[in-house]
Design a protein around this ligand. Structure first.
Ligand code: NAG
Ligand code: NAG
Ligand code: NAG
Length: 188
């Protein structure tokens, strides 16, 4: 119920924005940064007791974000979009540890969802097959860590640590890419 209200309110805000600027369908780097910040603050430090020996070897999907030499990097853009939808899916069943800050978790889910919802057209960009395969393997692995450990706090800490690194990797490696929405200029 609460989530419905939030989504409803945010869709009003979005339609209000539509009047003040042209409709775009672009990922916003600032939102990915903000999501990462919320993911960081929703829990504490990685607990030492969560170094589960058998789940540490999760290969990072870095190649999915490798530029293919074009200026726009549509494949990378779609890989970032797919990452956001996969994160949305992981958080979808509300199984995160009760020790995490509920309000921050909610803000995080809302900003991820809003970015996905406002950039739907990105999911039709071409050049994605190999990237999708890599991301599929990675996120399937994260989902099975959660399921194997029955959504334990430690399993979630492992997943959170992974997602923090993946978002950081995206931010580190896509700085000059043209697909990000450009900042609105203020004309005086
Ligand atoms: C990069 O991807 C685009 C399609 O998005 C394709 O047209 C282009 O040939 C690719 N470039 C390289 C170097 O693979
Ligand atoms: C959420 O629950 C559904 C239905 O039980 C399940 O199919 C899905 O895999 C779950 N998602 C995650 C990320 O565990
Ligand atoms: C991102 O860049 C920072 C600063 O250069 C570096 O310390 C960090 O290891 C990088 N992280 C990833 C996941 O690439």
């Amino acid at each position: 119920m609460i989530l419905q209200i939030v989504v409803w309110l945010s869709s009003i805000l979005c339609s209000a924005q539509v009047f003040s600027r042209p409709v775009t369908c672009q990922l916003q780097r600032s939102r990915v940064e903000k999501s990462r910040g919320l993911l960081h603050t929703m829990g504490g430090h990685f607990p030492a007791e969560c170094c589960l020996g058998d789940v540490v070897a999760i290969a990072a999907p870095t190649a999915a974000f490798r530029s293919n030499g074009t200026k726009r990097n549509a494949g990378v853009e779609r890989a970032v979009y797919h990452t956001l939808t996969s994160i949305d899916f992981l958080f979808g069943n509300d199984t995160v540890p009760v020790s995490w800050d509920g309000r921050t978790v909610e803000d995080f889910q809302n900003i991820v969802y809003r970015q996905i919802d406002e950039s739907k057209c990105v999911s039709s960009r071409p050049d994605f097959k190999d990237r999708r395969r890599l991301l599929g393997l990675y996120f399937d692995r994260l989902a099975s860590v959660l399921q194997e450990k029955e959504f334990s706090a430690c399993a979630w800490e492992v997943v959170r640590r992974e997602l923090l690194q993946t978002l950081k990797f995206i931010l580190n490696n896509t700085l000059g890419h043209l697909f990000w929405a450009r900042r609105r200029r203020n004309f005086h």
